[in-house]
Write a protein that binds this ligand. Structure first.
Ligand code: ATP
Length: 608
């Protein structure tokens, strides 16, 4: 949410409740990011001190201009003080430019460091992390939160510094002129700041409410203006409902915006009234002291005091917000650090092994697995797959088939037991070696937006064009690609939405073939394809099954028949195993599956 304007000085209830504990460790950690830039920071500090002092000087020189230049009708002195005043302002502004450049430079470099560190860290997180966290949260952490750090450095840190320095120098200068007027000034400043804070708070509450409605509008748009959302709305004929809802929220938001804008108007009235009371009081009391009590004050002195007073409003107001900004900044850092501190679940063992060559023998030894402590998903799974052979895994939906294959490339680690690759526990193998050796065609194929060629070459950035075409021919997709207007340079659309499920699967088979892994894992799509697509996929995978080590989660009889062995999984256990002819006669889980899902006669009946 935007925190510009009068709202910056207030914390929401949620922010108050979640205010971070500011510990020495936290501060040390924040400062550890600033440390590499300490030279630049020292320069910024000097620039801030010099420019704050230089900025105040013209106010003090006003006194000389009035008393010496104008009062004594001394033209030389008048010109001198005017020129000096202009030169000092120019100097202060030049230093100000240097200061903002350095500030931005430091802030950008710190966010650059943090973003890279975060991306690297997130890339190492396990799939579990990505399934358990909303994608939006991760993106927010990467963009808004780290972007916020930049704001903290360019604005919060430097505003604390420059405002404190301006305030102190202004106070010292005022007291040196006249202590009575300086004290009056100090009493006046809160008179101005307190009412304006109150007015600001009202406006801020309204802004927050309107922001809530803005979020609602965004969420309605996101949900209903997406392809799947529109399909749902259209198919259920709910256009009228969505329109009514949209209009209602939209109306609420404009009502709030009008209120907020008027509150802003009142806010400005309050500010300008109060800020004009201050100078008048100084003139009045200064005049009183000069006229009635013969105080040692000149017209110039009073003018200087008025001018210094007006320079104090800004810094005082900002410093009143410091507490809020400080809490908010620390909360920001805490959120980012929480992400950095999340343990990396699956990473290379310190003494990870990298065998010279991957053969492709796979063994599960009494494997148990759970996603969360409540439920054991895989129970005592043991099987062996020798290189060059193939296994088909079948079982009812939710029985744990995908979970089982996810353990091989270490998308998850076993809870108990072990998975061996070429006789070595996968947890002891180098991760990139292991993942290079295993190719997975998953059920829901993911294509990046880009061209077909880019998607294919993702598997083998240094592969040749001939290799790419050969892989596509094997995957039975080359002819389809060549029929497209732009051939291999056809855009696949947002996440491959322009392609059918069958086409996407064949592209992803070609992608895995280009990678040329020792073991191929194929999670057959459950979604039914038409018989032509099904045949095309079947023709693509049949030769694969016979030519390389493969594990197939099978939903089609032809896939099952092509495998050397069938494992039947139910409730996370292997309940039957063997050849089709034997299993089908057993009258167990497989027979039932066969009768309900795979039996070709049954499929024919269904189609009729
Ligand atoms: P299907 O044939 O429908 O794809 P499957 O046999 O492949 O099913 P799995 O995807 O392995 O089944 O799921 C096994 C069980 O684990 C299911 O009950 C599922 O709800 C649960 N499960 C799957 N993924 C997760 C996860 N990330 N967190 C928690 N539970 C999960």
């Amino acid at each position: 949410m935007s925190m510009r304007g009068p709202g910056r000085g207030f914390l929401t209830e949620a922010e108050k409740a979640n205010a971070p504990k500011i510990t020495k460790e936290l501060l040390a950690r924040v400062f550890s990011y600033l440390k590499p830039y300490w030279k630049q920071m020292t320069l910024v500090l000097c620039a801030i001190v010099i420019s704050s002092i230089l900025h105040l000087y013209p106010s003090i020189l006003t006194g000389k201009i009035i008393d010496v230049g104008l009062g004594q009708k001394n033209l030389d002195a008048l010109v001198f003080y005017i020129m000096l005043s202009l030169a000092l302002t120019l100097g202060a502004n030049m230093i100000g430019v240097l200061e903002s450049y350095l500030n931005t430079w430091i802030a950008q470099h710190i966010t650059y460091d943090m973003r890279n560190q975060m991306y690297k860290h997130l890339s190492k997180m396990s799939v579990r992390f990505f399934t358990e966290n909303q994608q939006g949260d991760i993106v927010t952490r990467m963009t808004s939160d780290i972007g916020g750090v930049q704001q903290v450095i360019t604005s919060t840190f430097s505003s604390i510094l420059s405002n404190s320095i301006t305030l102190i120098t202004a106070l010292v200068a005022m007291y040196r002129k006249n202590w009575i007027l300086a004290t009056v000034g100090i009493i006046i400043v809160p008179l101005f700041t307190i009412p304006s804070r109150k007015a600001g708070k009202t406006r801020w509450t309204l802004t927050q409410k309107s922001q809530e409605y803005n979020d609602k509008i965004n969420s309605i748009l996101n949900e209903t203006m997406s392809v799947s959302g529109q399909l749902l709305v259209k198919l259920f004929g709910m256009e009228w409902f969505e329109q009514r809802e949209y209009e209602r929220v939209n109306k609420k938001m404009i009502d709030l915006n009008i209120k907020e804008s008027m509150a802003g108007r009142w806010f400005r009235v309050v500010i300008s009234t109060f800020s004009s009371i201050g100078p008048m009081l100084i003139y009045f009391i200064g005049g009183l002291l000069m006229i009635r009590y013969g105080a040692d004050l000149t017209v110039g002195d009073v003018t200087v005091l008025v001018s210094l007073l007006s320079r104090m409003y800004g810094p005082v107001n900002s410093l009143l917000n410091i507490h809020t900004e400080w809490i908010r900044s620390m909360a920001l850092f805490t959120r980012i650090f929480n992400y950095f501190d999340m343990p990396i679940e699956i990473e290379n063992a310190p003494d990870a092994l990298t065998p010279e060559k991957a053969i492709g023998n796979i063994e599960f030894k009494n494997v148990f697995f759970q996603y969360n402590p409540e439920r054991m998903i895989l129970k005592d799974v043991s099987f062996k797959l020798d290189a060059g052979h193939s296994i088909a895994i079948v079982g009812p939906s939710g029985s744990g088939k995908s979970t089982l294959i996810n353990l091989i490339p270490r998308l998850y680690d076993v809870t108990d037991g072990s998975v061996l690759f070429d006789g070595i526990d996968v947890r002891k193998l180098d991760l990139s070696f292991l993942r290079n050796a295993i190719g997975v065609v998953s059920q829901d194929t993911y294509l990046f937006s880009g061209t077909i060629r880019e998607n294919l070459m993702y598997a083998s950035p240094f592969g040749t064009k001939d290799q790419m075409i050969e892989a596509c021919k094997k995957a039975n997709i080359h002819d389809f690609i060549m029929r497209q207007e732009h051939g291999y340079d056809t855009q696949v659309g947002n996440r491959g939405l322009k392609l059918s499920g069958g086409e996407k699967q064949r592209i992803s088979i070609a992608r895995v073939l280009l990678k040329n892994p020792s073991v191929m894992i194929f999670d057959e799509a459950t979604a039914s394809l038409d018989s032509i697509s099904e045949k095309a996929i079947q023709d693509a995978i049949d030769p694969l099954i016979t030519s390389r080590t493969s594990i197939l989660i099978a939903h089609r009889l032809s896939t099952i028949l092509a495998a050397d062995e069938i494992l039947v999984v139910k409730d996370g256990r292997i309940v039957e195993r063997g050849k089709h002819e034997d299993l089908v006669k057993q009258g167990g889980v497989y027979t039932e599956l066969y009768n309900t899902q795979f039996n070709p006669d049954l499929k024919k009946e269904e189609k009729e």
